[in-house]
Ligand binder design. Structure first.
Ligand SMILES: *Cc1c(COP(=O)(O)O)cnc(C)c1O
Length: 460
């Protein structure tokens, strides 16, 4: 018998979490006008709002926090991080930033101008925001398979080369500062990109003389999927795959709150000395001096150690194994989830789960509220509330999919928590026929309404 996946660590320190009662939760969520963002975290038992900055650091990372060098310039901790990033990615220059979107802000300040086009695979929302803020456009070239939650494809984050070539032919290198490959592709559900695809994107981009950059937030999880699913790399170490992956790029932005295994941090890594200098000017204005970029020395040191741990096979096997474990339990209960199961989250298909709740009553939000009331679990709606209104007609924009995302923090919850989540969802699934009404909006802000929206239960 194959040995099952297990956590690759044991526990040295614990944090108590409060297990509330159904009637407490009923009252709390009503007080917060049915917006899960408004709940204080102490009122949440298992918090699956995001996997960003919510993971647990190791004993080695905490010891780095104690010995970090807080020198303004030339800090030892900076050099420790720079050496780690150079070894891991092959990129020569490093600029720390306080998080991923700050790295985008600095890099795009140097590269993205009005009227530019940035092709890629479903850009993350802050990435898109930083592109559109500069009056440029993000063009989504993801393969079509990514947009059907039931199609099984090993690399649903891949870029469609004919879509990419079309963009290259239409706009050329004058209008396209770079192509951005996001690994794993967060927006399409934590789906990986293959080395084969990365090589093809690189060859095509070389032909059109367009640089390739990576958004590397979940680069280690992507490397794990490559090892598991791309035959050529079955015997490679994760670190060797990471090096191979980045060898096809000119640089990267990184949200270290994901695969950096830290609670805050980010960076830009790149090869061109000239671009490094240009980014450095923006970095100094926006983030801080070149060797700390908005972070403390101890943060840099903990990140160096975190990058090392995140690219170890046993850690990744436990990480991805935990998400697969939860996903497989939900599938066994017949619960409709996005497939194949991605790297950092489970996405529940709310239109299939709650077919009686009309779309204008927000089925994914309704399911999120039910899950909180049932068991104190907080997920996040990736549906109509998030998609917001059309800026011109002010009508609701209905996205293709109405999803409840359960993002799993790294090294934070145990297998019994996964069992608990699965049973909570099964209980709701068993009584789904009784859930016929959703919610209506009583107040919303003109932009990014999901964070602050107020709702009330729709009357039958
Ligand atoms: C989280 C994330 C970002 C932004 O990073 P922050 O650290 O949250 O600013 C960018 N790209 C991807 C793919 C992400 O997941």
């Amino acid at each position: 018998m194959d040995l099952p996946y297990t956590e690759s660590y044991r526990i040295k320190m614990v944090e108590e979490i409060y297990q509330s009662t159904p009637s407490e939760r009923e009252q709390w969520i009503e007080e917060k006008e049915f917006n899960l963002f408004n709940l204080e975290s102490q009122k949440v038992f298992i918090d699956l709002l995001t996997d960003s900055g919510t993971g647990a650091m190791s004993d080695k990372q905490w010891s780095e926090m104690m010995t970090g060098d807080e020198s303004y310039a030339g800090s030892r901790s900076f050099h420790q991080l720079k050496e780690t990033v150079q070894k891991l990615t092959g990129f020569r220059h490093l600029l720390p930033t306080h998080q991923g979107r700050a790295a985008e802000n600095v890099l795009f300040s140097a590269l993205v101008k009005e009227g530019h086009i940035v092709p890629g695979n479903s850009h993350f929302d802050t990435t898109k925001g930083h592109i559109e803020f500069r009056k440029a456009h993000a063009v989504d070239c993801t393969i079509d398979e990514a947009f059907d939650s039931q199609i099984i494809h090993p690399f649903k984050g891949n870029i469609d080369l004919s879509k990419l070539e079309k963009a290259y032919q239409e706009h050329g290198k004058e209008k396209i500062p770079f192509t951005l490959i996001t690994v794993t592709c967060n927006t399409s559900g934590g789906q990986p990109v293959s080395i084969e695809n990365i090589r093809e994107v690189k060859a095509l981009s070389d032909h059109y003389q367009i640089p390739v950059f990576f958004d590397g937030a979940r680069f280690a999880e992507n490397a794990y999927f490559i090892k598991e699913r791309e035959v050529e790399f079955a015997d490679w170490s994760i670190k060797a795959i990471v090096r191979e992956m980045f060898s096809y790029g000119d640089g990267m932005t990184m949200s270290a709150k994901k695969d950096g295994l830290v609670n805050i941090g980010g960076f830009i890594a790149l090869n061109s000395e000239e671009l490094y200098k240009e980014c450095g000017n923006f970095g100094i204005i926006y983030e801080g001096y070149l060797s700390y970029g908005g972070l403390a020395g101890r943060d840099l040191a903990a990140l160096a150690q975190g990058l090392h741990e995140a690219t170890e096979y046993p850690y990744l096997k436990a990480r991805i194994g935990q998400i697969e474990y939860l996903g497989n339990q939900l599938l066994a209960y017949g619960i409709p989830i996005q497939q194949p199961i991605g790297g950092h989250a489970i996405f529940i298909d709310a239109l299939r789960f709650l077919p009686h709740v009309p779309r204008e009553e927000f089925p994914a939000q309704t399911l999120g509220i039910e899950l909180y009331k049932e068991a104190g679990i907080r997920g996040v709606e990736i549906g109509t509330i998030l998609a917001d209104r059309d800026p011109e007609t002010r009508e609701n924009r209905y996205p293709k999919l109405e999803l409840l995302r359960l993002a799993i923090p790294r090294r934070t919850y145990l297998q019994s928590h996964m069992d608990y989540i699965a049973v909570a969802l099964k209980n709701i699934f068993d009584r789904r026929e009784l859930i016929k009404t959703g919610y209506e909006i009583t107040w919303e802000s003109p932009i990014l309404r999901h964070f602050t929206v107020k709702l009330k239960k729709k009357k039958k």
